[in-house]
Design a protein around this ligand. Structure first.
Ligand SMILES: Cc1cc2nc3c(=O)[nH]c(=O)nc-3n(C[C@H](O)[C@H](O)[C@H](O)COP(=O)(O)O)c2cc1C
Length: 142
């Protein structure tokens, strides 16, 4: 089986507050359609202020998509926090799992951004586990 790339970034949402919910719904619907065509899977978290997204697929697809996403004016300060090659798909069957804002998600994301800002070891293990859980939870829902 060919290798897959899994890349994760954190960014700051700049969609005006009153338009966030409907615009994210549209963004998500389009991303799901495009990702299923391109055989890209992943999970997106929104904390109320930040996005965290993990994308998994063929290396050229992921790198191309990341370049598009980094340039997207709906967010800024896109920081790629992890990029790895994986042999087994971890978000298989889910074009883009989604979790909206919650205090729990926001806390884990702000701890990860603080750790990255300190420049210490990029301890994003908790964040990655959360993303994987969201992928799993979404898959068992109809
Ligand atoms: C936070 C965020 C996540 C996104 N996730 C995806 C995604 O998973 N798949 C995708 O095709 N586009 C995603 N997009 C949208 C892309 O940036 C871009 O608008 C889309 O791919 C259409 O690009 P095009 O107009 O150049 O074809 C995302 C945008 C943002 C701001």
């Amino acid at each position: 089986m060919s290798l897959l790339v899994n890349a994760t970034y954190i960014s700051e949402c700049v969609i005006p507050l009153e338009r966030r919910e409907p615009e994210i719904a549209v963004l998500l619907a389009r991303a799901r359609t495009a990702n299923s065509i391109n055989q890209v899977n992943g999970a997106l978290l929104f904390t109320g202020t930040h996005f965290v997204q993990t994308l998994e697929g063929a290396p050229n697809r992921i790198d191309g998509l990341l370049a598009t996403i980094v340039a997207d004016p709906r967010h800024r300060r896109v920081q790629i926090v992890d990029r790895r090659t994986v042999a087994m798909p971890r978000f298989n069957g889910w074009s883009m799992a989604y979790s909206g804002s919650s205090l729990f998600v926001a806390t884990i994301v702000s701890q990860a951004t603080a750790a990255i800002a300190r420049g210490g070891p990029r301890d994003i293990g908790r964040l990655m586990r959360l993303l994987e859980e969201i992928g799993r939870d979404n898959q068992i829902r109809p």
